[in-house]
Design a protein. Structure first.
Length: 237
């Protein structure tokens, strides 16, 4: 079964500490308490990021994966012997304000991109937190895990939430032997989404100064769409 193969894969990465792969089953007890030094068993101290935060993939079912989503890497921080889920998915049901960004991600994937939660699998290109400057060297090891995930699940579409060159090159080469539709989009981070507001202000300001009504109107239209986007991202299901 696919789930057995994915569990075996992550068992090789994180050891036998995993108690649940699917976040719906027991998200508060994903892993047994263990020594953080035991994580990333295949690479260990040979990887500069193996001591930091690590994530398991998000999925509801592995029976029919239509879209395989690849995020860049887990968020920063050290789990102290625990493992989370990609994008912090185990915290989606929390009402705490600090988890508002997680709600945004859920809405981004399922309300804006219109992905089907039942046929979507979300994983990290790199399984441990890695600074973007170290991505290339760390990905040289983690790309083998990613390749195996794709081979097991055989998705129809691979959606990449990252602009990292090594990841893009790897997937283009992999696509020569494994057929899938490849699409790359920006990460839905507050920094990226917030730039839409900046673009709106630029058009409105330039239009006002140069007396170009077309630019002013365009800036106002972008502002309206930006506010609509933020509203959807903040809505809880």
């Amino acid at each position: 079964m696919r789930e057995d193969k994915i569990r075996e894969l992550y068992g090789r990465i994180f050891g036998d500490k995993i108690t649940s792969l699917n976040y719906k089953l027991n998200p508060t007890e994903i892993t047994k308490e263990t020594n953080p030094q035991d994580k990333c068993l295949d690479c260990g101290i040979n990887c500069k990021s193996f001591k930091d935060r690590q994530d398991l993939p998000y999925f509801k079912s592995l029976e029919n994966i239509e879209t395989f989503v690849i995020a860049e890497a887990p968020g920063s921080g050290i789990e102290k012997g625990k493992i989370g889920y990609v994008f912090g998915w185990e915290l989606f049901n929390s009402n705490k304000p600090k988890h508002s960004n997680i709600t945004k991600y859920e809405n981004y994937f399922f309300n804006i991109l219109k992905l089907d939660p039942d046929t979507t699998y979300i994983t990290d290109a790199i399984k441990c937190y890695t600074h973007k400057n170290d991505f290339k060297s760390v990905f040289s090891n983690c790309k083998n895990y990613l390749k195996e995930e794709i081979e097991i699940l055989k998705p129809k579409k691979v959606l990449v939430i990252s602009k990292q060159g090594p990841l893009k090159i790897f997937l283009i080469e992999l696509n020569n032997s494994i057929p899938f539709e490849l699409e790359i989009i920006s990460h839905p981070s507050p920094q990226n989404i917030g730039k839409i507001k900046t673009v709106s202000d630029i058009f409105k300001s330039l239009g006002n100064i140069s007396e170009n009504s077309k630019w002013e109107i365009l800036g106002e239209q972008i502002e309206i769409e930006y506010q609509n986007l933020i509203k959807v991202l903040k809505e809880k299901k």
